[in-house]
Design a protein around this ligand. Sequence first.
Ligand SMILES: Nc1ncnc2c1ncn2[C@@H]1O[C@H](COP(=O)(O)OP(=O)(O)O)[C@@H](O)[C@H]1O
Ligand SMILES: O=C(O)C[C@@H](O)[C@H](O)C(=O)COP(=O)(O)O
Length: 343
Amino acid sequence: MNLLNFDSRKPMDFIAIGRLCIDLNANEINRPMEESVTFTKYVGGSPANIAIGMSRLGLKTGFIGRVADDQMGRFILNYLKKNQIDTSNVITDQSGSVTGLAFTEIKSPTDCSILLYRDNVADLKLEPGDISEEYIKNAKTLLISGTALAKSPSREAVFLALDYARKHDVVVFFDLDYRPYTWTSPEETAVYYNLAAEKCDVIIGTREEFDMMERFEQNPNHDDSFTAQKWFAYHAKIVVIKHGKNGSIAYTKRGESFEGTVFPAKVIKTFGAGDSYAAGFIYGLMQGWDIPRSMEYGAAAASIVISSHSCSEAMPTAGQIDNYIQKCKNGELTVEFADTTRE
Ligand SMILES: Nc1ncnc2c1ncn2[C@@H]1O[C@H](COP(=O)(O)OP(=O)(O)O)[C@@H](O)[C@H]1O
Ligand SMILES: O=C(O)C[C@@H](O)[C@H](O)C(=O)COP(=O)(O)O
């Protein structure tokens, strides 16, 4: 029996809910932000990046969210449309909110950080009244990301979306996507993350993100298997714990575990790895592939994106990923750049 059942009668393949933002990636790489003077603008926000990845892979993709009524909000909407993402459930917020900005600092390929501007952001204004039961019912898959739980009314909107998804047998993926900045306290964060995770079929996060969720538990050795087992008592069928360049491990409710491959990369920056990994992995599962092959696809997508300057714009097509995997398997370590042009 399949671990996950994607209902082929549903017209929409994949819907993401939450953050639609802007990434401003420093053009002068390998130096601190203090010395960066020019940046390239891309659509960003973890669920936005994943949705763009899914659409590039050929899946019928939609988004539920709010954007600011400004130039940045319109830039995001246009970019989603250009990438064939359905924006019928993206609302332009009229409360005077602004677009969230992520300035990225690339000090070295391994020392990257993000400076977030997230006060009064439009994405957290999403409210329960914005959530259409019909829209969710018509999707095979819903992806939620943890940052949308950081504040009301976005938090309640996500919980309502989760209820609709469970009611209509939509497979729910939870990318933990923990960004401390918007949260009030670590305790609040852990409580809401745990409440949401109970309702999800697949939970994907880094070891550090799961550590945050285990604030009220005893897992002193940060044991991945311990982490995963808890969720199989709820709805989870698959739990994936990511370990950066050391790969990832997936556990299933059936008691299996699989270690994910890592592909070579000419790393420009490390951010975007998780979002591209999620897109490749979810795509694989939705094709009916087994977990190791899906993890391989995610890892190859991640290697392509971290070898590029952007996250969203660098999201690869299936052809690019297949080609990359083939080259790596042939022992050709020449790394392909998905997106090297910066104006
Ligand atoms: N330096 C790297 N080289 C090759 N692959 C990487 C590297 N860093 C991350 N990856 C790939 O991306 C996946 C997710 O990366 P990770 O850093 O754990 O997620 P996140 O970006 O969410 O923190 C890893 O499992 C691995 O496949
Ligand atoms: O999620 C954000 O707001 C910023 C992203 O667009 C960004 O570029 C990033 O950090 C990607 O995150 P990751 O894939 O978890 O590394």
